[in-house]
Design a protein around this ligand. Structure first.
Ligand SMILES: C[S@@+](CC[C@H](N)C(=O)[O-])C[C@H]1O[C@@H](n2cnc3c(N)ncnc32)[C@H](O)[C@@H]1O
Length: 188
């Protein structure tokens, strides 16, 4: 994928965050923070929580946040499948490149939905199979061995169906093998 395509799906995944957002946002998994720390620099009024399983990756994100003097971003090590937050805590839940990694994807969908408030937004992106034969081959034969990809994978179709069952409104598209989505949780 070239840079323009990368920027394209990221921009779409992040389009769920309104300009001048000042609510509570949860990002899982933050990884090294390479994609989002510069974005958080533009959101000084937001209350941002970043979570990841790996203390090492998250340490790198924390360093970036310190370097950028971000005062409104907190970090917590944890498992997406057992989030340490009450129901309906966040206005936005963001998940970039996580679901093709998470070992227990059912628990991850369930937990991210649980901690999002009614009317809130779940947005993000991850790899889906069935769009690019070459990428599918690499995922199966190369990337899985690195531990950064864990089956089973969604297709764009199965993901749309799954999100449609959970959320009141779903916008989803693909850029090559990356699906991006913006979903709104229904009001109770
Ligand atoms: C491919 S990285 C994506 C990181 C970041 N969002 C990005 O796009 O640069 C996947 C991340 O998922 C984290 N991860 C894997 N399993 C997890 C789990 N059960 N709970 C939370 N994070 C997890 C890994 O530690 C890793 O940092």
């Amino acid at each position: 994928m070239n840079k323009a395509e990368n920027d394209d799906y990221l921009e779409k995944a992040l389009s769920g965050i309104p300009e001048n957002f000042s609510g509570k946002l949860l990002e899982v998994p933050v990884g090294t923070g390479i994609l989002t720390m510069p974005v958080y620099q533009t959101m000084p009024e937001a209350d941002i929580t970043c979570l990841d399983y790996s203390a090492d990756m998250m340490g790198q994100a924390q360093e970036k946040a310190e370097h950028l003097r971000l005062k409104n971003v907190t970090f917590r090590q944890g498992d997406v499948g057992a989030l340490p937050y009450a129901d309906d805590t966040f206005d936005i839940v963001l998940s970039l490149n996580g679901f093709h990694v998470f070992p227990d994807k059912e628990a991850a969908y369930r937990e991210l939905f649980r901690v999002l408030r009614p009317g809130g937004t779940f947005c993000g992106c991850f790899y889906v199979k069935g769009e690019q034969k070459r990428t599918d081959w690499f995922v199966r034969h190369v990337y899985e061995k690195t531990g950064f990809f864990t089956p089973p994978y969604e297709t764009a179709f199965s993901l749309k169906k799954r999100l449609g069952k959970l959320y009141a409104a779903v916008t989803l598209g693909t850029v090559k093998s990356m699906a991006w989505f913006v979903c709104r949780k229904g009001l109770r």
